[in-house]
Design a binder for this molecule. Structure first.
Ligand SMILES: C[S@@+](CC[C@H](N)C(=O)[O-])C[C@H]1O[C@@H](n2cnc3c(N)ncnc32)[C@H](O)[C@@H]1O
Length: 466
């Protein structure tokens, strides 16, 4: 890092601008928002600066720059559009030890101005050392989308309660209190503009803290199939707030990079047939951490309510008096189908889709194979790799065509994604020939042909077999 990002208070201070065009005007707008007293030195001013001078919002000096203009300046901007003039203004300012910014010329500037997201009093700045302003603006646009428009009000609201919280919450718990507050329904009320209701809630929360009865909370969060870009904004925010993260094997490692650094991370991965932690152990751990007043994120691959035992965990927590909420994720079926270009339903081809587990195929009475084989719906089979021969046998025995297209999507949406396609008759051979071992879903139905078409059309590393 070559430059130190700092916030400089220029309220009421003298800020000198050299140059009267659009470039200078843009920075003038920014400096006015921060309350600087602005003088613009330039032989000519554009319309905006001219109007500001007429309105006495800035002082205009209509002539070329002279070194004496630097007197009393706290900072200087030069944006004359002339390299030689900007060079000499920057040199003169540097000689006097006054911070100077030559617009779009980081090499002669002592400071640069970051791209900002303004939610006053919250200001997020994105700096690239002046090397990539367009990238900075793109990052700013992404942050703009992420931050609620009333975020500033939330900061002001919190500031109003700071003293009360200091008085009632012991220092060791204070950070946790604020973490909970910013993800609480009370914060949502502030963000919706319902300040009176938020104030009442907040008073109750502060009083409960004073009584020592502050509750924790568990969020059962879907992490999606692996690509961290597929996290929901809510999941992303909760990962940043959690005190404890309890996560599964199928949660992509990049997803965890978004978690708060000092959060406690508990791995409870379950490889098939080799349970690291029992479900009862997980349920108890979640409840215990919540009872200790922690914000807990129970992070699961895909969606918690699709073959994820999210329902069992939710029921357990509620039965033990723990506040719990489910945050949906993109399930493997929809994530993988999108990544492979396979529509799960399509007009005239498939009017429905069924998600089914292949895990219990050997003797699972719950799976109505005859109905599945005849339905005409697309089937997406989770956990079906090791039982592929039986799946094929069940479907063909109950009347599905042997040449029905199938697609296997392994490690869907991850960088090592593979899509292989073929026909139902060769499903088991496809699994063995391709050495499918990672998490994979099997799509069975006419729509799987689209996966094949994509493989052929794009000539990507995807493979067609059978
Ligand atoms: C226990 S289930 C969990 C499903 C998860 N809750 C969901 O909604 O996607 C695990 C199965 O999901 C499927 N799966 C999960 N992530 C996957 C991925 N990235 N690519 C392909 N299949 C995946 C595989 O069939 C895997 O065996």
């Amino acid at each position: 890092m070559d430059r130190l990002p700092i916030s400089f208070n220029i309220r009421g201070r003298h800020v000198l601008f050299v140059g009267g065009g659009e470039l200078a005007a843009r920075k003038v707008r920014l400096v006015r928002r921060a309350g600087g007293r602005i003088t613009v030195v330039a032989p000519q001013l554009n319309e905006e600066l001219h109007d500001l001078a007429e309105a006495r919002a800035i002082t205009a000096v209509r002539r070329p720059f002279e070194p004496d203009d630097l007197m009393e300046a706290a900072i200087v901007f030069t944006a004359t559009g002339r390299t030689d003039v900007d060079n000499s203004v920057a040199a003169a300012a540097r000689a006097c030890g006054i911070p100077v910014n030559a617009v779009d010329r980081p090499e002669i500037s002592t400071f640069t101005v970051p791209a900002i997201v303004d939610r006053d009093p919250v200001v997020v700045s994105v700096a690239t050392d002046g090397t990539a302003p367009v990238l900075a603006r793109r990052i700013r646009a992404q942050i703009e989308q992420l931050l609620p428009s009333r975020l500033g009000r939330l900061a002001v609201f919190a500031a109003q309660f700071r003293a009360a919280v200091r008085g009632s919450v012991p220092e060791a718990d204070r950070r946790g209190f604020w973490e909970r507050f910013f993800s609480s329904p009370t914060a949502d009320l502030v963000l919706r503009g319902e300040t009176a209701a938020a104030r009442e809630n907040m008073l109750r929360a502060v009083n409960r803290q004073a009584d020592g009865t502050a509750p924790g909370r568990v969020y059962i969060v879907g992490a999606g199939p692996g690509d961290p870009d597929l996290l929901s904004l809510r999941a992303f925010r909760l990962l940043q707030e959690a005190d404890v993260i309890v996560y599964d094997r199928l949660v992509g490692p990049e997803v965890l990079d978004y978690a708060r650094r000092d959060a406690e991370r508990i791995y409870v991965g379950k490889a098939k047939g080799a349970h690291t932690k029992s479900q009862a152990w997980i349920n108890n751990a979640l409840a215990q951490h919540a009872h200790a007043g922690k914000i807990v994120v129970r992070l699961k691959g895909g969606d918690p309510f699709v073959f994820g035992r999210g329902g069992e965990e939710l029921a357990h927590l509620r039965a033990h008096g723990v506040d719990a909420e489910v945050v949906p994720g993109i399930t493997a079926a929809t994530g993988c189908a999108a990544a492979a270009g396979i529509p799960l339903t399509e007009r005239g081809i498939a009017s429905g889709v069924t998600f089914v587990t292949g895990h219990g195929v050997e003797g699972d009475a719950d799976i109505d194979w005859p109905a599945l084989a005849r339905s005409g719906n697309t089937l997406v089979i989770y956990m079906g790799v090791s039982t592929a021969p039986r799946i094929k046998a069940q479907l063909t025995r109950h009347g599905m065509r042997a040449d029905m297209p199938v697609a296997i999507i392994e490690n869907g949406t991850r960088t090592n994604q593979r899509v292989v396609t073929g026909a139902l008759s060769g499903l088991a051979e496809l699994v063995t020939a391709e050495g499918i071992t990672g998490p994979a879903v099997i799509v069975v139905g006419e729509v799987a042909r689209a996966g094949q078409a994509k493989v052929l059309a794009t000539a990507t590393p995807l493979r067609v077999v059978g």
